[in-house]
Design a protein around this ligand. Sequence first.
Ligand SMILES: Cc1cc2nc3c(=O)[nH]c(=O)nc-3n(C[C@H](O)[C@H](O)[C@H](O)COP(=O)(O)OP(=O)(O)OC[C@H]3O[C@@H](n4cnc5c(N)ncnc54)[C@H](O)[C@@H]3O)c2cc1C
Ligand SMILES: *[C@@H]1O[C@H](CO)[C@@H](O)[C@H](O)[C@H]1NC(C)=O
Ligand SMILES: *[C@@H]1O[C@H](CO)[C@@H](O)[C@H](O)[C@H]1NC(C)=O
Length: 446
Amino acid sequence: MAPLSILIVGCGIAGTPFATFLLSNPSQYAKEKPHITILERASTPRPQGQNIDIRGAGVTIMRKLGIETAVRNSITHEEGVQFVDDRNGIWIQMAADKTGKVQTGTSDLEILRGSLAEICWKRSRAMSREVQSQGGKGIEYIFGDYLESLEQDGEKVHVRLAKSGEWRSFDLVVGADGLQSRTRQMVWGEKGEGERVRQVAGMYGAFFSLPKTSNDSLWRRWYSAPGRRGVMVRPCDATQPDRMTAFMMIMNLTDERLRSAARDGRKGAEAQKALFAEYFEGMKWECPRIVDEMLKADDFYYDMIAQVKMEKWSKGRVVLLGDAGYCASPISGMGTTLAFNGAYNLAGAITQHPNDLPAALATYETKMRPIVDLAQRLPLGGQAPYIINLETAWGIWIRNRILWLIALSGIVELASRFAGPPADKVKVEEFGLSQLEEWVEGDDEK
Ligand SMILES: Cc1cc2nc3c(=O)[nH]c(=O)nc-3n(C[C@H](O)[C@H](O)[C@H](O)COP(=O)(O)OP(=O)(O)OC[C@H]3O[C@@H](n4cnc5c(N)ncnc54)[C@H](O)[C@@H]3O)c2cc1C
Ligand SMILES: *[C@@H]1O[C@H](CO)[C@@H](O)[C@H](O)[C@H]1NC(C)=O
Ligand SMILES: *[C@@H]1O[C@H](CO)[C@@H](O)[C@H](O)[C@H]1NC(C)=O
């Protein structure tokens, strides 16, 4: 049998670990290993994004990838969350669990998304070079291009690259191109996207970084403004000790401008910034400074806070991986863990059924379904945002006092043990893939 040829669309958190795992199958000689192409629309792996958590099963998979040292060298060291008011008064604080044993709002493995994407990409590159040194094909990376068309017959998937105009054929195409996946739209149809992409509580988010000030620390400060608006300021990592990350959030189900701005992606950044500036006009706390910094930010990223729900993640020879197929939304705290699980299970399923793609894809669906169902269950049935982000200043005043009473009673410590994301409930299957050696920066440059 000729080696499988696979196209992975998206060089994010899910795509590159999938490639690494697939190449780590010890029962194949290098020459028999799949030929992998990774296509990324941005000109480099995108450095944007903020504090994300690796939890439970995600940690097990991170270790299998051999990136624990690299990840631990890049963590944010966030101490936990403080709810603050206009004058930076702290009404409640919830500490991170540094033991890694309990799931709380901040995990012991919190890292900036861009750093993790870079580690995963470099890890895959090291794996690819190893395979190439043994006579295999390894991974081909194409940056700065995207698919213009995709058609499949029973045998192959035929794609055309938009910029180069080149036609290529693959045995399998993996759509790992995130929440607004074009692969999903091309294969499952644009009609029906409204049904598949389900916004959480009318929420939109803006992510960017800004300079650190004297009020900033390793604690995440979370401020709520009236009209269901919120801002969080969080620590960066050791490479950027004088910067912080900010997440601004709006809830509005009726403002059509917010929705259409999400469809424009990065092209719409100026309009997206203007909308956030409008919504945060006149807000107290440190909002004026944060809005100024947002308008200047060059790492600004905007999206609808949404989940992707699908009955099936594959169609013929196209399969979805990560946010593209089952985004759980940033408020689930499970996106990275899900992406890692998807990458590992898809590679494992293909390893189990090396000559039977339909069987491999069916196995992937069966393994992922319960994990996705668990991860997409949001606190309080998705109503939590309405309780945290209140409409009126009066409501926020009352909420802060309730939080304070809860803090005094000491039940928060107890409650956080039960309310954390369900990452520990996910089982990691053994597929006989190799345990990869620990990779650290610089290894692949040799
Ligand atoms: C810029 C950015 C910032 C983010 N910030 C946060 C954050 O702060 N907090 C949080 O919880 N989650 C964030 N996310 C989402 C988070 O990365 C995912 O929830 C999770 O890690 C799953 O990863 P993924 O690989 O499925 O998707 P992603 O990490 O979104 O990766 C998808 C990749 O596909 C690329 N891509 C998109 N469309 C195409 C196309 N048509 N052709 C080729 N390539 C394409 C993207 O550039 C990206 O590199 C962010 C995502 C991005 C892209
Ligand atoms: C820090 O917080 C105090 C109290 O709210 C405020 O007066 C001051 O302006 C803040 N400093 C900065 C740099 O935002
Ligand atoms: C939501 O947007 C609509 C339309 O722009 C506006 O009238 C309404 O006041 C907004 N709601 C909130 C809570 O900001």
